[in-house]
Design a protein around this ligand. Structure first.
Ligand SMILES: [Zn+2]
Ligand SMILES: [Zn+2]
Length: 379
C-alpha cells in the first residue's frame, strides 16, 4: 500500500515553514502534495491488482472441472503452496519397482485392473541380471535389448476424423522407426534371457474412437492391448502372458517393441522411439490413443516435469488443460511413465474394444479361455 511514511515526512517538512511564509503559499503546497499522494496511491493499487487478475483469468481452478469430481486418489496436482511450480515424485530408472503380479480385479492405483483371470506361460524364460529379486526392483539402464535395425517400408497408418468419430487404421508395423530382428537370434545377447520365437507380421487394424470421450461411471478392466500409438503400433498392458512385469522381464528391441504369437508387434511401456517433440518446460505431446478415445501423452507432465505413476490415478491418468485437436481443453488423459504400470491400467472411458489381437487364431501358449470370454493373455 505505497509508502505513507515518506509522504507524511514531506508534509511535516512543509508544515515547519508555516511561520516563515504566507499561509496561502502553504495551502497551495499542501494541495500539490495531496494530489501527489492521490496519484501515488492509484499507481500502487494498479501495481498490486494487475498480476493477480491475470493469474485468475489464465489459471484453471478446481471448480471449473466439468467431468466427475476427482476422488481423493485422483488428486495429483502437487503444486507447491508458495509457488506455481509443479512437483512430481521422482522416478529412479536404476531401481524401478517390479510389477510382477500387480494386477487387481478392481481399479487400484499402481496396479493393472485386468479382465484376465488366468496368466499361464509365455514371456522371457529367465530373469536378467538387471532384476534385483532382493529389493524387487529392476534397473532400466542395465537392461539388454534385441539387436537389429529392420525397416518396414510397407507400414501403413492413417488417422481421420469427422468431428465425432476418429478413425485409426493401419497394419501395426512401425511407420517411423525400425525394429529388432525377430525371432531372436541365438547369437543375440538377448537370447540368454528371452527366446522370443515369433516373427513380426503385418496385421489389419481399424478403430473408431470417440473424438471427445467422456469419463464412464466406472473404470473398465483392460485386456491384452490398451491402445495404439501414433507410430502405428499397438500398446499392450504392463503384463506378459505369465502376469509378470513385461517391461522388466521380457527383452524388447531398442524401440521397446516385440512380436507376440500372431506376429503383432507391440510395446508394453514407453518407447524411446516415439516422437515427443514438446518444448523445454512444456507438457509432453500426444503419443497415442487408448481404446476409450482418451489421449496417451509422453513422460512429461505439466511444466515439462517427468511424471510418475504415484502422481496419476488408478487408470494412470489425470485431468488438466491439454492441447486436444488443436484446442486447449481441460480433459482427462493418460500418461506414459518409466515406472509400473507404465501406461493405461484401466479404461476411464468406455472402450470400443479390449483386444484386437484376440480376433486372430494361433495365440500359442496361454490361450485356454472360452471363445467369448476375456481376451487371451498377451505375450
Ligand atoms: Zn498431463
Ligand atoms: Zn509383449
Amino acid at each position: 500500500m505505497g509508502n505513507p511514511k515518506r509522504f507524511k515526512n514531506t508534509f511535516l517538512c512543509y508544515s515547519s515553514k508555516v511561520n516563515q511564509r504566507g499561509f496561502a503559499h502553504v495551502a497551495i503546497l499542501l494541495f500539490i502534495v495531496m494530489i501527489g499522494v492521490g496519484i501515488g496511491v492509484i499507481v500502487l493499487l494498479q501495481k498490486d491488482t494487475l498480476p493477480y487478475q491475470s493469474e485468475i483469468s489464465t489459471e484453471p481452478t478446481p471448480t471449473t472441472i466439468s467431468e466427475s469430481p476427482p476422488t481423493p486418489t485422483e488428486v495429483m496436482a502437487h503444486e507447491d503452496q508458495d509457488s506455481d511450480e509443479v512437483v512430481y515424485h521422482t522416478v529412479d530408472t536404476t531401481a524401478l519397482p517390479l510389477g510382477d503380479d500387480k494386477y487387481a480385479s478392481s481399479p487400484q492405483k499402481g496396479y493393472v485392473y485386468t479382465c484376465m483371470n488366468t496368466f499361464n506361460g509365455g514371456g522371457a524364460f529367465t530373469q536378467g541380471p538387471w532384476i534385483d529379486t532382493q529389493t524387487n526392483t529392476w534397473d532400466l539402464t542395465q537392461k539388454v535389448s534385441v539387436d537389429g535395425t529392420v525397416s518396414w517400408p510397407n507400414a501403413s497408418w492413417s488417422i481421420s476424423s469427422d468431428g465425432t468419430t476418429r478413425t485409426l487404421a493401419g497394419n501395426d508395423l512401425p511407420t517411423y522407426h525400425t525394429t529388432g530382428t525377430y525371432p531372436i537370434s541365438s547369437t543375440d545377447d538377448a537370447y540368454n534371457y528371452d527366446r522370443n520365437p515369433n516373427a513380426i507380421s503385418k496385421q489389419s487394424l481399424s478403430l473408431s474412437l470417440p473424438t471427445n470421450p467422456t469419463i464412464a461411471a466406472n473404470p473398465q478392466c483392460v485386456g491384452g492391448e490398451v491402445g495404439i500409438m501414433l507410430s502405428g503400433v499397438l500398446i499392450f498392458s504392463a503384463f506378459d502372458a505369465g502376469g509378470r512385469d513385461a517391461v522388466a522381464t521380457e527383452v524388447q528391441d531398442s524401440c521397446q517393441g516385440h512380436p507376440q504369437e500372431s506376429g503383432y508387434y507391440h510395446y508394453h511401456g514407453w518407447s524411446s522411439c516415439l516422437q515427443d517433440d514438446h518444448a523445454e518446460g512444456e507438457h509432453s505431446d500426444l503419443v497415442g490413443y487408448a481404446f476409450d478415445g482418451f489421449g496417451i501423452y509422453g513422460l512429461k507432465g505439466e511444466q515439462g516435469v517427468e511424471i510418475s505413476s504415484e502422481d496419476l490415478d488408478e487408470c494412470h491418468g489425470h485431468t488438466h488443460f491439454i492441447e486436444w485437436d488443436g484446442i486447449s481443453k481441460e480433459m482427462y488423459h493418460y500418461h506414459m511413465t518409466q515406472d509400473f504400470p507404465y501406461s493405461v491400467s484401466c479404461f476411464k472411458g468406455e472402450p470400443v474394444t479390449k483386444a484386437l489381437s484376440s480376433n486372430q487364431s494361433g495365440q500359442g501358449p496361454g490361450n485356454n479361455l472360452p471363445p467369448n470370454g476375456p481376451p487371451p493373455p498377451p505375450r
